[in-house]
Unconditional design. Structure first.
Length: 405
C-alpha cells in the first residue's frame, strides 16, 4: 500500500527533504562561507596604516570605526534574533548581503571624510554582520541536531578564518599599489555577491517549526539580579584587551619594528586563536563551568602584560598573541552557556543580547583608547598596561563576586 497516497502531509515532507544528507551539508557549507565573509571584521587593522598615511586619519579615528562595527553588531542582536524567528534565515541573510555591499561601497567614497567612512564600515557593516551572524549558529544546529558541536565548530571556524583570507587578500593588493578605497569597492562587490549566492541555499529543515519561546522573566526582574550585572561587566571588561589588540594589530606590529609580513601573521594567529578559543571554550565550560571564565580572564591579563614588554623576537611576539585571540574567543563562547544556565533556556533570547550590550559599549572605548594614546604619546605600551590591569581586575572581581552569590 502506498501510504503517502493517503497522507498528503507526509508526501509533501518527503519531497522537500529529498537527499537530506546532501542538502544539509550543502547548507552547512553555505553557512560557513557566509561566516567567512562576516569574520573579515577582525582584519580591520590591515587597513589602518593606509588610512593614516594616505588619507590623514588619526589612529584613534580608525579605531572608532572598528569599535562602532562591534557595537552595532551587538546592539542589532537585540532584535535580529526575534526577527529571524519571524521571517526565516534566508531573508535575513539577503538583507545582510545588501547591507554589506552598501557599507563597503559607501566607505569606498569616503576619502578623507571620517563620517562617511564611519557610516559605511562602522554602522552599516556592523548591522550587516548582526543580521547574518545571528542566523548561522541557529540554522546549523537545526540541521544537525545530533551533531550540534560539529556544526557549530564548522560555522565558528569560518568566522575566525574570514579575517585570515580578507587580510591576506587586502595586504596583497596593498603591496601591489592598490588604494584602500579601491579595495573597499572590490570588497563591496565580492562580499555582497558571495553572501547573496549563499543566502539562496540557506533554509530551515522541513521539520523545523517556528517556536515562540515565551520568556518566564520580566525586564525589571533581570535588572534586579546581581549576576546579570556581573556577567555583563565580565564580558565587557574581559574582552577589552582583545578588542584593543584586534583593532590595532598591524600598527602595534609596526610600532615594535616588525615588517608587514609579521603584522599579517599577527592578524592570522589572533584570528585562528579566536576561532579555536570559541570551540575549546565551549568544551571547557561543559566540564569546568564558571571556573573556565576565571581561567580565561587570567590568561587575558597575563598575555597582554607579556606583549607589552617589547624588545622581543618576532617569534615570541607572535606566540604571545595566540592566547590573546584564544581567550577573547573562549570568553565570548562561555558567556552564552553561563547566561543559559543562570536564567534558563527560555529566557536566553531576552537576557543574552542585554548582557552582550556591554561588550559593544566596551568596543567603543577599547580600540579607540589605544589609538588615542598612540596618537598623543607615540607608544602602545601604556594602552597595553591599562588593558592588562582591566583584565586582571575583572578576574579578581568575577572570582570574588561570583563566589559570594
Amino acid at each position: 500500500m502506498d501510504y503517502n497516497r493517503y497522507c498528503p502531509h507526509r508526501q509533501k515532507t518527503v519531497a522537500v527533504t529529498d537527499n537530506p544528507i546532501m542538502k544539509k551539508y550543502k547548507i552547512l557549507i553555505a553557512l560557513s562561507i557566509v561566516n567567512l565573509c562576516l569574520g573579515g571584521i577582525y582584519a580591520w587593522s590591515v587597513f589602518v596604516p593606509e588610512l593614516v598615511n594616505n588619507y590623514g586619519y588619526t589612529t584613534a579615528r580608525t579605531q572608532i570605526v572598528f569599535g562602532t562595527t562591534v557595537c552595532c553588531l551587538t546592539l542589532s542582536m537585540l532584535f535580529t534574533g526575534i526577527l529571524e524567528n519571524k521571517i526565516g534565515p534566508r531573508p535575513m541573510v539577503l538583507i545582510c548581503s545588501a547591507l554589506m555591499f552598501t557599507g563597503y561601497f559607501t566607505a569606498s567614497f569616503s576619502g578623507s571624510n571620517f563620517l562617511i567612512l564611519w557610516l559605511g564600515c562602522g554602522v552599516i557593516n556592523g548591522i550587516a554582520i548582526g543580521f547574518g551572524y545571528v542566523c548561522m549558529l541557529a540554522v546549523s544546529m537545526r540541521w544537525f541536531e545530533s551533531k550540534k558541536g560539529f556544526a557549530c565548530g564548522m560555522v565558528i571556524a569560518g568566522y575566525g578564518f574570514g579575517a585570515i583570507i580578507l587580510s591576506f587578500a587586502a595586504q596583497t593588493l596593498i603591496s601591489h599599489g592598490w588604494d584602500v578605497m579601491r579595495i573597499f569597492k572590490i570588497l563591496a562587490i565580492a562580499l555582497g555577491m558571495i553572501i547573496f549566492i549563499c543566502a539562496l541555499q540557506i533554509a530551515n529543515p522541513a521539520s523545523h517549526q517556528k517556536q515562540n519561546m515565551i520568556p518566564t522573566i520580566a525586564y525589571k526582574t533581570i535588572f534586579r539580579k546581581p549576576r546579570f550585572f556581573i556577567l555583563s561587566i565580565t564580558v565587557g571588561l574581559g574582552t577589552f584587551s582583545g578588542l584593543m589588540f584586534i583593532g590595532n594589530l598591524k600598527p602595534i606590529a609596526y610600532y615594535f619594528g616588525y615588517d608587514s609580513f609579521i603584522a599579517l601573521l599577527a592578524i592570522w594567529l589572533v584570528s585562528i586563536g579566536n576561532a579555536v578559543g570559541r570551540i575549546m571554550g565551549g568544551v571547557a565550560y561543559d566540564r569546568f563551568k564558571a571556573s573556565t571564565l576565571k581561567f580565561i580572564l587570567l590568561i587575558v591579563a597575563v598575555s597582554a602584560l607579556f606583549v607589552v614588554m617589547g624588545n622581543i623576537s618576532s617569534i615570541v611576539f607572535l606566540i604571545f598573541l595566540i592566547p590573546v585571540g584564544m581567550s577573547y574567543g573562549a570568553l565570548l563562547a562561555n558567556i552564552p552557556a553561563q547566561v543559559s544556565e543562570e536564567f534558563g533556556h527560555h529566557n536566553f533570547g531576552i537576557v543574552y543580547p542585554l548582557v552582550l550590550v556591554v561588550h559593544g559599549l566596551a568596543a567603543l572605548f577599547a580600540a579607540p583608547l589605544a589609538g588615542f594614546i598612540y596618537d598623543n604619546y607615540h607608544s602602545y605600551r601604556p594602552a597595553m598596561i591599562i588593558a592588562s590591569c582591566i583584565s586582571f581586575a575583572c578576574f579578581l572581581g568575577f572570582t570574588f563576586a561570583y563566589r559570594r552569590q
